[in-house]
Design a protein around this ligand. Sequence first.
Ligand SMILES: [Zn+2]
Ligand SMILES: [Zn+2]
Ligand SMILES: [Zn+2]
Length: 228
Amino acid sequence: MENLDFLEKSNFRSLLEADGADRIQDKLVVIDVFLNTEEHITLEEMMRFLGEAGYDFDSGFVKHCLHRMVDLGFAQRKTFEGQPVRYEHRHLGRHHDHLVCTKCGKIAEFANEDIERLQVEVAASYGFHMLQHRMEIYGLCSNCCSERKPLIPLTMAKAGETVLVRDVAGCKHKQGRLASMGLRPGDRIEIINDTGGGRVILGLGSTRLAIGRGMANKIMVSPVKDNP
Ligand SMILES: [Zn+2]
Ligand SMILES: [Zn+2]
Ligand SMILES: [Zn+2]
C-alpha cells in the first residue's frame, strides 16, 4: 500500500502544481494523513489525526484540501444517513459498497459481483444505461446485534457454546468482581465443560478458567450468533 500511497501523493502534487495552487507542502501533509487511514473519516476526525501528527491547520484549510482531493479524484465524499459527511479513498478502477450500523455507526465495505451485475441488468430491463449507483445496507453490526440479545446466566449456556460476558447480577463492584476471575465485560468465552457439579470450565483466548457455580449463576452473558 505504501508504494501506492507514494504514487497517489506525487500524482496529487503534480496536479496541484499544474494548477498553480498555493500551500502545496501543507496540502501534501493533509493528503499524506488522509492516505494513512483506511477509514471513512469526518472533517473532525481528520483534524484529530492531523493534530496527533503534530499539525495545527485551521479546519477551513483542511476542508478545502478534502474538497480538492475529491475534485481531483483522490477522495470520495460520502453521506450516510444520520451521520456527518465522511471522506474515503478513491481507488481508481475499484468499486465497493457499504454496510452501515445504525446503532454504533460502524461502516463496513463489501464488493459482490453478482449484485453489481444484477443492478446493470435491472437498469437495462427498464431501458436505463447505468452510469453509477450507491448501495448501502443499513442495520445492526454483529456487536450491536449481540447486545440486543437477552442476557442469560453463564450456567444456562451449553458446553461448546461461545458467549460474550456482559454483566454481573447483584454486585456493586462488577468490573472488579469480573477482573478477580480474569474476565472483562465484552470478553468472548467458550463453555468447555459444565458437569453440573462444582465448577464451570471456560476457555478465554488460550487460557482455561474454572468458575464456581454460585458465581457462574451471577455472570450474565449473551449468545454469539456465529457459533461454529
Ligand atoms: Zn456496487
Ligand atoms: Zn454497531
Ligand atoms: Zn468505503
